[in-house]
Write a protein that binds this ligand. Structure first.
Ligand code: SAT
Ligand code: MN
Length: 614
């Protein structure tokens, strides 16, 4: 009997292998798929070829099982709704691991486990996890296939939702396999939903093995392995090895009335409006003069030194995985327009009367007849602002997955093979007092220091105490695939090999007055600050030297058409020495936590700052 089952499975397995051999002869790819299939034991293996026919068939299949719901074709053509398990709604940093051979390589900021121990643990969880299911093989590229920037990956997953999201977020298809050829140089990704068991959820990176493993989740950043796992954690590791940078940055182009476009990349911790800035609409008076903003990317930038000595950037992604709540035709009309077709909505409200979607902050017309993100009947009477997480119709971290090419302000350079030259790098945070509206670093090394001390304060909107500082260096705290101290060293080293390096700035849109109200209007008006930044890059405007860096003269921030006085701008630009002194203490604690890989240059910068503060 046992022999019968072994024979039966062996026969089945040979058939599975026949299927996968049709697509590529790459022995490194084939043997790995074979090995993973032997562990996970799928009933079927299906290659994703990037064709619309196959995608359509998968959408239909997902609708037939309830994994997706097709939305109103007239209002939201080719759009779908998905709900995750209620225990599976966000990335899980506590269960995210960097498994380098030694703990020291991963550093103190990452979770670490011995690779052998972790593989053993994971293989147990993967054993038979795809029984009765289909394993989809997704060949994908981060970056334009065939470009110098491009890196290839193969994700194995048992989720159609993952396949359909990857088709939007990355470049998927047989051309990736052609570009890969016989090379072993690709990132392996294995994802199995298993039981969506929180206690056994793991998001694991083996940088030395080019491998990512994810199990027991079905949510976004945990399972779309091209995004944070590959394009930030693994890529940051590769970038250090190969002399380039993978950063958690948006990329935008600012076009002036003469038609010249300057590019800026910017890193912000979450909840600072990165997607809004990436798709900014200039204030009326600038628009009339001919200013425009073009979006190259909203989340990730890969940066390389170009032949001309400048730093060039691409967005390795193909779509946006944006937060839905708060997105509306005032906060971000471009993002809203992007989601009107070919979009997958996750964990938003389903409006049953119109078969459309809704979320808090979309408009003032919540649907009367609706299903909330948990799948329960919902209407606005259930909503209690003081207890959003429990009563909101859409989960606060509900998302849209939308194609970049559907964005009205997508840059014409989006598909460029060479990327765009970066004039300025901007760091930001949410600080009530400490950081002024904008300041410029003295030089690259000081700029890297400014990135290393980036921080945000928790707001009343988030759970927990208000005003607690969380340090989030370069907005990369959860995304550096090795030791944070070595990552800072890599920043310093890069500065030495970019002859014409971008200037580095810091912005803070979130200064508050004595009553706790935001002083700066933000949104489109942030353009006024970007203009000063570009003017500085072109040596067109002076600045005031302070203890923390160069600050604008108040009159150099254009406030035409704004209901704000020059005195208010002065207030926004002051350097609050006392709060900086407090911050220095907090920075010291954080540096101590990062540990003994913090480069000496960073301590020199910290000491110099402290001395300047007096
Ligand atoms: O879930 S993702 O990591 O893709 C998005 C995010 O949390 O920033
Ligand atoms: Mn992000």
């Amino acid at each position: 009997m046992i022999i019968y089952y072994i024979a039966k499975y062996a026969f089945h397995f040979v058939n599975l292998l026949k299927e996968i051999m049709n697509m590529t002869n790459n022995k490194y790819v084939l043997s790995w798929i074979e090995e993973m299939a032997a562990i996970t034991k799928p009933d079927k293996i299906v290659w994703i070829d990037g064709s619309e026919e196959q995608a359509e068939a998968l959408r239909a299949e997902a609708c037939s099982t309830g994994e997706l719901q097709k939305l109103n074709e007239e209002i939201l053509p080719n759009c779908y709704l998905h709900r995750t398990a209620v225990n599976d709604v966000a990335r899980v940093e506590g269960r995210t691991f960097i498994c380098t051979p030694t703990k020291e390589e991963a550093g103190n900021i990452n979770n670490w486990m011995d690779p052998a121990e972790m593989y053993e643990k994971l293989y147990k969880l993967y054993t038979g996890a795809m029984q009765g299911r289909t394993m989809y093989v997704i060949p994908y590229s981060m970056g334009v296939v065939g470009s110098d920037f491009a890196k290839y990956g193969i994700e194995l997953t048992d989720s159609i939702y993952v396949v359909l999201n990857m088709l939007i977020m990355t470049r998927v298809g047989t051309n990736v396999l052609e570009a890969l050829g016989d090379s072993p140089d690709y990132i392996k990704g294995l994802h199995a939903k298993a039981d969506i068991d929180e206690e056994n959820r793991y998001i694991v990176h083996f940088p030395q093995d080019n491998t990512i493993m994810s199990v027991n989740s079905g949510y976004g950043g945990n399972v779309l392995l091209g995004k944070k796992c590959f394009a930030l954690r693994i890529a940051s590791y590769l970038g250090r090895k190969e002399g380039w940078m993978a950063e958690h940055m948006l990329i935008l182009g600012l076009e002036n009335p003469e038609g010249e476009i300057k590019y800026i990349s910017a890193a912000f911790p979450s909840a600072c409006g990165k997607t809004n800035l990436a798709m900014l609409i200039p204030p009326e008076i600038f628009k009339k003069q001919g200013y425009k903003v073009w979006c190259v990317g909203d989340d990730i930038a890969w940066l390389r030194v170009g032949k001309d000595g400048r730093l060039w950037a691409v967005n390795p992604e193909n779509g946006f995985f944006g937060v839905a709540p708060g997105t509306n035709d005032k906060s971000n009309p471009n993002a809203l327009a992007t989601t009107m077709r070919d979009t997958i909505f996750t964990n938003v409200v389903h409006d049953l009367d119109n078969n459309t979607v809704w979320w808090e902050g979309l408009n003032d017309n919540p649907p009367a007849n609706a299903i909330d993100w948990r799948g329960n009947p919902w209407d606005i009477s259930k909503y209690d602002k003081a207890n959003k997480a429990a009563t909101a119709g859409a989960h606060p971290n509900s998302r849209f997955t939308a194609l970049a090419k559907n964005c009205p302000c997508i840059s014409s350079e989006f598909d460029s093979l060479t990327g765009v030259p970066i004039s300025a790098i901007v760091f930001g945070g949410r600080r009530a007092k400490t950081a002024p509206l904008v300041y410029q670093s003295f030089n690259w090394q000081h700029g890297a220091f400014v990135g290393s001390i980036m921080a945000s304060e928790t707001t009343a909107a988030a759970a927990g105490a208000v005003g607690v500082v969380r340090r989030d260096p370069m907005a990369m705290r959860p995304f550096v695939g090795y030791n944070m101290g070595d990552y800072w060293k890599h920043w310093l080293d890069m500065g030495k090999v970019i002859p014409n390096a971008p200037k580095i700035f810091h912005v803070n849109w979130f200064r508050t007055d004595a009553d706790g109200h935001f002083i700066w209007p933000g949104f489109g008006d942030n353009m006024r600050v970007l203009n000063w930044i570009i003017d500085r890059c072109e040596d067109k405007v002076d600045a005031v030297e302070t203890a923390i860096g160069y600050v604008p003269k108040a009159e150099d921030i254009n406030i035409e058409g704004l209901d704000i006085s020059l005195d208010t701008i002065r207030e926004l630009l002051t350097v609050d020495v006392e709060s900086w002194k407090e911050d220095v203490q907090n920075i010291k604690e954080f540096y101590a936590l990062v540990g003994d890989h913090v480069p000496a240059e960073m301590y020199e910068e910290l000491a110099a700052l402290e001395a300047r503060l007096g």
